[in-house]
Design a protein around this ligand. Structure first.
Ligand code: NAD
Length: 437
């Protein structure tokens, strides 16, 4: 099939490459010339494991191209909309200007029978509004909402073998012609057993925000337990192991630490609350305000613990922050807890060096005032305290004895609860975890 992918960021670039891998002829369109230049040369414009190899592999087949020219979508019968929906400045709501601009730019190129497939995360009601724009441009075109659940760091596998497909169609019916068309796009993963659910448009939009709200709630729940464990002298990691053995609860997403961040969870729960308010259902989501507050409190807590670790004052203390990305295997620093903590420490007088295997360029663009060092060894040199804030494997695997030779003071705060406290203490370190005695 001939497919267009509009918006080639973390979601769209991976989607375009994976659709070509599934055998389709794909054109990716973005307004960012540098991104298109990189992608056209077979370079991933961001770090995502496996993406660069996949781009090279599918570009060699001639089935994948990238352009800034929207006219290139002409001839494609399926158009995926993958542009960003960030938080509006100064408000909780989602900024839909990119989605609107992309859909309007696409309209002159639509042909009868085409599918416009929304993948961006949008407030419920957006798809219905866009349907009327699509129908005004081309009465026989269809709009489908097909939310994306990929995880950065696993995006290629999550796109090629997703755990489910959700198709939101106007009448919510299996017989809607758009369902058959989208089934053709996803023929391979469907034949491999990926389940798919057909819903109406608002349900499909809500599936995505509900899923992210649940995940955020689970993380904030265990972080609230960490606060209690701190107060009571208990161990949140053991508590999580024990409650996680109940399969109604499950152990995944129950790791207490610095909390969630990134380009999705924080802005999605806020946009969800804002939309619920517009719909007159704000009471249903007031708990998400607490989820957000618990999450943001983690960052302040780490700053306070670091001050404690530095004997009550951060002034002039050399602090090495390990991790800048919001999670390992990604260079995404949007709303990264690690960077936000690093910036707060610096504001309070600490001399902060941030290290990360992949995210330093993005981090330096966001917080140019911080000092960055790629080499872990150099970053740790003469540190007064170390903060592990993004659990990259190289940080999890640090040896407490070798690390001790680099620093001034053996003080470490494990913001992700991934280090073996006993081992570090045995090597003479003052060790702090979150919610651990
Ligand atoms: P991103 O910022 O990395 O990418 C968005 C891209 O859209 C950018 O490259 C931008 O230049 C481009 N763009 C903006 N306006 C455009 C236009 N008019 N025409 C063409 N291109 C345009 O964002 P992202 O992380 O890829 O997220 C995109 C959407 O997918 C968001 O709604 C997000 O919530 C959702 N989502 C993201 C993930 C993820 O892990 N990143 C997962 C699931 C869903």
């Amino acid at each position: 099939m001939r497919i267009s992918v509009i918006g080639c960021g973390y979601l769209g670039a991976v989607h375009a490459a994976c659709m070509a891998k599934l055998g389709h002829e794909v054109v990716g369109v973005d307004v960012d010339e540098n991104k298109i230049k990189d992608l056209s040369a077979g370079h991933a414009p961001f770090f995502e494991p496996g993406l660069e190899n996949l781009l090279k592999e599918v570009q060699a087949t001639g089935r994948l191209s990238f352009t800034t020219d929207m006219a290139a979508v002409q001839g494609s019968s399926v158009h995926f909309v993958c542009v960003g929906t960030p938080q509006k400045k100064g408000e909780n709501a989602a900024d839909l200007t990119y989605v609107d601009a992309a859909v309007h730019a696409l309209m002159p190129h639509l042909s009868s029978g085409d599918l416009v497939v929304g993948k961006s995360t949008v407030p419920v009601g957006t798809a219905a509004r866009l349907t009327s724009i699509v129908h005004r441009a081309c009465a026989n075109a269809h709009l489908v909402w097909n939310p994306e659940f990929l995880r950065e760091g696993h995006a290629v596998a999550d796109t090629l073998q997703p755990d489910r497909f959700v198709y939101g169609v106007a009448d919510g019916s299996e017989d809607n012609p758009a369902v058959k068309e989208l089934d053709k796009v996803y023929e391979i993963p469907l034949s491999e057993g990926t389940p798919r659910l057909v819903t109406d448009l608002p349900t499909a939009e809500l599936v995505k925000t509900a899923a992210n709200s649940f995940l955020a709630t689970k993380i904030s729940f265990i972080n609230a337990m960490a606060e209690l464990c701190d107060a009571a002298g208990a161990d949140v990691s053991l508590l999580a192991d024990a409650i996680g053995m109940d399969d109604r609860i499950g152990r995944k997403f129950l790791n207490a630490g610095v909390g969630f961040g990134g380009g999705c969870l924080p802005k999605d729960i806020r946009a969800f609350m804002a939309r619920a308010g517009e719909l007159g259902a704000d009471q249903a989501l007031t708990f998400l305000r607490e989820v957000d507050a618990i999450n943001m409190r983690r960052r302040t807590r780490v700053v306070e613990l670091t001050r404690d670790l530095c004997d009550g004052s951060l002034l002039g203390r050399r602090i090495t922050v390990l991790g800048a990305a919001f999670k390992p295997q990604s260079d995404d620093v949007r709303d990264s807890p690690a960077l936000s903590i690093a910036a707060q420490l610096q504001l309070q007088g600490a001399v902060v060096t941030v290290s990360d295997p992949e995210a330093l360029e993005n981090a330096a663009r966001r917080f140019p005032e911080l000092h960055y060092e790629k080499s872990t060894e150099v970053a740790l040199d003469r540190a007064d305290a170390i903060l592990l804030l993004t659990e990259w494997p190289e940080y999890r695997d640090l040896d407490p004895y070798e690390t001790a030779n680099l620093v001034v003071d053996r003080k470490i705060l494990d913001g992700r609860n991934v280090l073996d406290a006993k081992k570090w203490r045995a090597a003479g370190w003052t060790f702090r975890g979150l919610g651990r005695p």
